[in-house]
Design a binder for this molecule. Structure first.
Ligand code: HAM
Length: 420
């Protein structure tokens, strides 16, 4: 293994592509910032029980994929595999739910870690932007979140995504359904592992991708037929609000999701250009999570969108984001005196908010002009002894190739005017 190889399942973000990732994060965050969500940041690791209780012992995320470790002091921690449990923990710790202003609406952006089998679109270190609305049971809040995610994807120009929608019922109706499903599953011809799963997480079996399993699932009881009246009415209202907002979705009664905390509304954003790792985002309501981690009853809803997969979705659709130029002006000094003068000018330009860069390392004119080209700058500033003697610098328009002298004392203003 080369010393310079990033760990398996991880990759580095490198310019210029890293600019796309930043732009994606900003595009997802923008509708949230515009809708009353405040920014929250939590640690990259938490006490391991937060996730085992919150996300669920029976999930793959906790039982197989968590980076759990013991510190030298004997504390059991885990790198966060997801953001919801952490955000709720932080809100409870800060007593945000007691400030009389529910729902508490929060957004976040960060790195998450899952020890998964790496493949295209599936990494051991990945990045999400997420949103959580804590402490209110209101179908309009569920709809708001789905509408905002749809808006974010559309603002990036994405079109080939679909929204899958389901209701998982609540603590009244889901146990009744679970019993019925377990009864049905126990009578099937299934392997050891799957039989064990019947007892701990039977709903996930509906999601089993194997043909031999799917064939036997024909005729399985479906949750839709077991939803209580309250859950049905709630779900109907979410659907109506989405339709009224012009957001298209597909009812998917097999959508289960891989985390245990969901109740009622669940949804996933899938992109059709991504192959098997097609989920670009997902979320839902988690009315019982607060109590599961030792807090008061706080019905909540949220989502997280995968930044890595959203970038892949852009590539799949051939979308090139218009990124702002990283450098507008590149300065090329010829000689020692020009070096001092242009360095001062670049500093001044930067203070005036103009993106400017400088030819370092004492390059000759040819090498320096190459750097200017590579920088993508719209203008190059060139100055030699004779220019300085005349009190000017040469401003070269890199698009037209045209070069004009501008007075040094007026250079900052002249450049700003041209860039405006
Ligand atoms: P999740 O479905 O596990 O939900 O993850 C959300 C998104 O993160 C996925 O749709 C995917 O785009 C991305 N993602 C997950 N795992 C990986 C991976 N190994 N590599 C690359 N991308 C990945 C949650 O995490 C919930 N906390 C969402 C939520 C918020 N529910 C309520 N509030």
């Amino acid at each position: 293994m080369s010393t310079f190889q990033a760990p398996k399942g991880t990759y580095d973000l490198i310019p210029p592509k890293s600019g796309v990732t930043l732009a994606v994060r900003e595009a997802i965050a923008a509708p949230l910032k515009n809708s009353g969500y405040g920014y929250i940041e939590t640690p990259g690791f938490e006490n391991v029980e937060l996730f085992s209780r919150g996300v669920g012992e029976s999930t793959d995320i906790v039982s197989k994929e968590m980076y759990a470790f013991e510190t030298k002091g004997g504390t059991k921690l885990a790198l966060r595999p997801e953001g919801t449990a952490s955000v709720l923990r932080a809100a409870l710790q800060a007593n945000l739910h007691k400030l009389g202003n529910l729902p508490v609406k929060l957004w976040y952006s960060g790195s998450y870690y899952r020890y998964e089998r790496p493949q295209a679109g599936r990494y051991r270190h990945f990045s999400q932007v997420g949103a959580e609305a804590i402490g209110a049971e209101d179908p309009a809040l569920d709809a708001e979140l789905i509408i905002l995610a749809d808006q974010a994807y559309r603002s990036l120009g994405l079109r080939q995504f679909r929204i899958l929608l389901n209701s998982l019922g609540d603590k009244e109706c889901r146990p009744v359904y679970r019993d019925a499903l377990q009864g049905f599953l126990r009578a099937l011809d299934l392997d050891e592992d799957t039989r064990r799963r019947i007892e701990i997480n039977p709903l996930r079996i509906l999601d089993d991708k194997r043909d031999a399993v799917q064939k036997q699932l024909a005729g399985a009881p479906m949750l839709r037929d077991y939803l209580c009246d309250a859950c049905k009415a709630y779900h109907e209202e979410v659907r109506e609000l989405l339709t009224a907002a012009g957001v298209t979705y597909e009812d998917d009664e097999k959508l289960v999701r891989g985390l245990d905390y969901y109740t009622r509304t669940t949804f996933e954003f899938v992109h059709d250009g991504l192959g098997s790792q097609s989920a670009v985002g997902g979320g839902g309501r988690y009315d019982g999570l607060s109590e599961m981690i030792g807090g008061p009853a706080l019905p909540s809803v949220g989502w997280a969108l995968g930044v890595d997969r959203t970038v892949l979705a852009l590539e799949a659709e051939g979308i090139e984001l218009e990124l702002p130029a990283t450098t507008s002006v590149f300065a090329v000094p010829l000689g020692e005196e020009a070096r001092r003068v242009l360095f001062a000018l670049v500093t001044e330009l930067r203070r005036a908010g103009v993106a400017a860069d400088f030819s370092y390392g004492g390059k000759g004119l040819k090498g320096a002009m190459k750097s200017a080209n590579r920088s993508g700058a719209r203008y190059t500033l060139v100055a030699g002894e004779r220019d300085l003697a005349e009190g000017v610098v040469q401003l070269k328009d890199m698009e037209s190739g045209e070069q004009t002298p501008v007075a040094l004392v007026d250079a900052v203003n002249a450049i700003r005017e041209r860039l405006a």
